[in-house]
Design a protein around this ligand. Structure first.
Ligand code: AMP
Ligand code: ZN
Length: 119
């Protein structure tokens, strides 16, 4: 796995600008944009620009970029002012866990009560 863009990947198309998104933060290695179907007042996806199918494979191949994703997730929470009340960073991994887009992404959820354990 090299991280090269995949022609059939929705999030690679957001990285390239071929599909529009409401971008809230961008770095050399990451993009953060609002989820199209928000499940909380703050629901932002943080993705690496490089294509890896899930968080674990990203971390194995590019640990610094995995750290960038986590740092940006915290910055999104601070930017939306949900860091004080608490927020959740989620990496659904595998279809059985609800992953539908196989380009690694962190969900940042906040702005409402968050039950534990999640469903
Ligand atoms: P997951 O189910 O963990 O793979 O998360 C994929 C997320 O991508 C879902 O929460 C979708 O609502 C979101 N999503 C799908 N298409 C778009 C899009 N074009 N722009 C923003 N978010 C999207
Ligand atoms: Zn991709």
């Amino acid at each position: 796995m090299t991280g090269e863009p995949q022609a059939d990947c929705l999030f690679c198309k957001i990285v390239s600008g071929d599909i529009p998104a409401t971008v809230v933060r961008e770095t050399d290695t990451t993009v953060a944009f609002r989820d199209i179907s928000p499940q909380a007042p703050t629901h932002v996806l943080v993705i690496p620009k490089a294509h890896y199918p899930d968080a674990g494979s990203l971390a194995a191949a590019e640990p610094q970029i995995a750290a960038d994703v986590l740092r940006e997730a915290a910055a999104v929470a601070a930017g939306d002012k949900v860091d004080g009340t608490g927020y959740r960073i989620i990496f659904n991994t595998g279809s059985g866990a609800g992953q539908t887009v196989f380009h690694a992404h962190a969900h940042v959820l906040g702005g409402r009560g968050l039950n534990w354990p999640p469903g």
